[in-house]
Write a protein that binds this ligand. Structure first.
Ligand SMILES: Nc1ncnc2c1ncn2[C@@H]1O[C@H](COP(=O)(O)OP(=O)(O)OP(=O)(O)O)[C@@H](O)[C@H]1O
Ligand SMILES: [Mg+2]
Length: 318
């Protein structure tokens, strides 16, 4: 029988929103801090967790001076409860677990520590929990993204950023698939895919899924169900005047065509030089420049996200 790492589901206490993007600088942290501020302003107890391990900087975006405690204190067992690493921010209802002390050696969390972290996050009692994830496709990023079904991807309109976000989504797709198999079963699956479709087919989700459907019907049913339940969304950030406002929808269509995975277009966020000014002045962009198109876009995105958060999410882990 095929048994992978997914053996249990658990209700999350709050709504968890992982925010990721394949490329650095696309605006993940700016979006996380902005959505966090908006959620807090709506009276929701909101927690931001900086999981850009090794390159954390979210504290600066919510005007927290160098934090006294940090996520790594939990990993290194200096602070036994994740809840006790939470710090207050100057914004009412907005809390932070900072990653400021985290060194690069924490960037590759061993499996047990990752599971411990995922479980600890699931027990945190906040209305909204936003995870700022690192760029790239490390297993940490993929696993933290898969903690909930409500992940938000961020890309800029540049082809390099789109390429990387597509790669990230594909990696998440394969990671979820992989979680259903043991190491041995997955090797057998790969051999079968290779025998059936030939070289290069291991990179093609449709080939993998065809063999899973034919050989592992029970896994196929659960996996297909899983993929259907995801409500991933894509935001296009730093959209300039000459960029097509339809780009996000086009990317979502491509993802659906090639991965059979529905990713909804969440909206565009306009480019504005004042974002830089606000970050340098360590002030809230939304408060300082509330009438800009970018602020309007952010508020619209924030509203649509809060509206869809009526349903309780679930966490998957072994
Ligand atoms: N809508 C926007 N308009 C103008 N500039 C923006 C916008 N969003 C983000 N930026 C700029 O892009 C820079 C990078 O944003 P941010 O730090 O949020 O990216 P990131 O994806 O978190 O990067 P990293 O992967 O390095 O952590 C910011 O410092 C800011 O100056
Ligand atoms: Mg960042």
């Amino acid at each position: 029988m095929t048994r992978g790492k997914i053996s249990r589901r658990m209700e999350l206490m709050g709504h968890v929103w992982p925010i990721g993007g394949g490329k650095g600088g696309s605006g993940k942290s700016f979006l996380t801090s902005s959505l966090g501020r908006l959620s807090a302003a709506m009276g929701k107890r909101t927690l931001l967790i900086d999981l850009d391990l090794g390159a954390a900087n979210l504290h600066t975006l919510v005007d927290v001076p160098y934090p006294k405690k940090c996520f790594s204190d939990f990993i290194r067992k200096k602070i036994p409860l994740l809840e006790d690493t939470v710090i207050e921010t100057p914004v009412e209802n907005l809390y932070l677990i900072s990653g400021a002390h985290d060194n690069l050696d924490i960037a590759n969390l061993p499996y047990e520590q990752k599971i411990k972290t995922l479980k600890a996050i699931s027990r945190l009692d906040y209305d909204h929990i936003l995870l700022d994830l690192g760029a790239g496709t490390s297993f940490n990023t993929l696993d933290f993204f898969l903690i909930s079904e409500n992940g938000i991807f961020v890309t800029t309109p540049e082809p390099t950023s789109i390429e990387n976000v597509y790669r990230l989504i594909r990696s998440i797709y394969f990671r979820r698939m992989r979680q259903y198999f043991t190491v041995t079963d997955f090797k057998t699956l790969e051999q079968r895919v290779d025998e059936t479709f030939g070289g290069g087919s291991l990179n093609k989700p449709e080939c993998m899924m065809r063999v899973i459907r034919d050989r592992y019907a029970d896994v196929y049913a659960r996996l297909a169900d899983d993929f259907k339940r995801f409500r991933f969304r894509l935001a296009v950030n730093q959209l300039r005047k000459h960029d097509s406002p339809d780009l996000g929808r086009q990317i979502c269509r491509i993802i659906e065509k090639h991965l059979a995975l529905q990713v909804d277009f969440a909206g565009n966020i306009a480019f504005d030089d004042h974002v830089h000014d606000a970050i340098c002045a360590r002030v809230s962009f939304l408060d300082r420049y509330p009438y800009t198109k970018t602020a309007v876009d952010l508020r619209q995105l924030g509203k649509s996200i809060v509206q869809t958060s009526g349903q309780q999410l679930q966490i998957h882990y072994s």
